[in-house]
Design a protein around this ligand. Structure first.
Ligand code: SAH
Length: 230
């Protein structure tokens, strides 16, 4: 089995995943203990967060077996991934668990929180479908694995970035659920930067890997919105 594995990277990634999980579980427990200090929007965010981890975890574990043949892990990519980790996970969990950012709270009418809550469902569905369709070709960073296949079916038939579309929905609704300028809103500039940097590089990597087949696939698909009539 070990012959199948990329040298040190998967081990490092797996320890990051387990530390993250342990951290999330501890903070979620703390959040439950101080429940009365949080809004119901925060409860919905926490439930969606647990669902996100549950969808992703089996793919993270399985894809540790992948042999990586090309990767783009430069400083920008690391900084942006860390910024996402901080603004999409650490700050909201810390805020819900401890209330240390209460000075940056704002208030919202309930109907906006309800809109944010309702949008978690299509976001989770899209997130789940994208993981299921990408299968072993999914990776959190920019990578190509041995035997990487171009996925152009399922939710990828008309949209090139359905997983990022789901993440956009999570990101844009986070301020509707977590009413805090730091723990709720900062994720929007973080993901905007991530999107702007990541997508052209990811598409360049796919073009380099799949050549004309990827160009043809791009002609039939939109980045976030489906392209019909092709
Ligand atoms: N941008 C896609 C995938 C995100 S996961 C989405 O939003 O759904 C990132 C990894 O997916 C990249 O490292 C790349 O190797 C892989 N990938 C992206 N599009 C792909 C495709 N159509 N087929 C196979 N792999 C793809």
């Amino acid at each position: 089995m070990s012959a199948n594995r990329d040298s040190s990277q998967p081990i490092m990634r797996s320890s990051v995943a387990w530390v993250t999980l342990a951290f999330a579980v501890v903070l979620a427990l703390v959040a439950v203990v101080r429940w009365h200090d949080n809004t119901w929007g925060a409860a919905v965010w926490l439930a969606a967060f647990v669902a996100i981890l549950a969808i992703r975890m089996p793919h993270s574990i399985r894809n540790r077996q992948n042999v990586i043949v090309a990767a783009r892990r430069d400083l920008n990519e690391r900084v942006l991934l860390s910024a996402m980790f901080l603004t999409m996970m650490v700050l909201p969990l810390l805020e819900i668990g401890t209330g240390f950012l209460a000075w940056a709270d704002y208030q919202l009418p309930d109907y906006l929180t309800a809109i944010g809550a309702a949008l978690q469902l299509p976001a989770l569905y899209m997130f789940w479908r994208a993981h299921a369709d990408l299968g072993r070709n999914w990776s959190p960073g920019l990578e190509v694995r041995e035997n990487h296949g171009l996925v152009n079916r399922g939710v990828y038939a008309r949209v090139r970035h359905p997983m990022y579309a789901a993440i956009w929905l999570f990101v844009l609704t986070q301020p509707l659920l977590i009413h805090n300028w730091v723990a709720g809103v900062l994720v929007i500039p973080a993901f905007t930067a991530m999107w702007l940097l990541r997508v052209p590089r990811e598409e360049a990597l796919m073009r380099q890997t799949f050549g004309d087949a990827y160009d043809e696939y791009c002609r039939r698909t939109g980045r976030l919105w489906p392209k019909f009539g092709h």
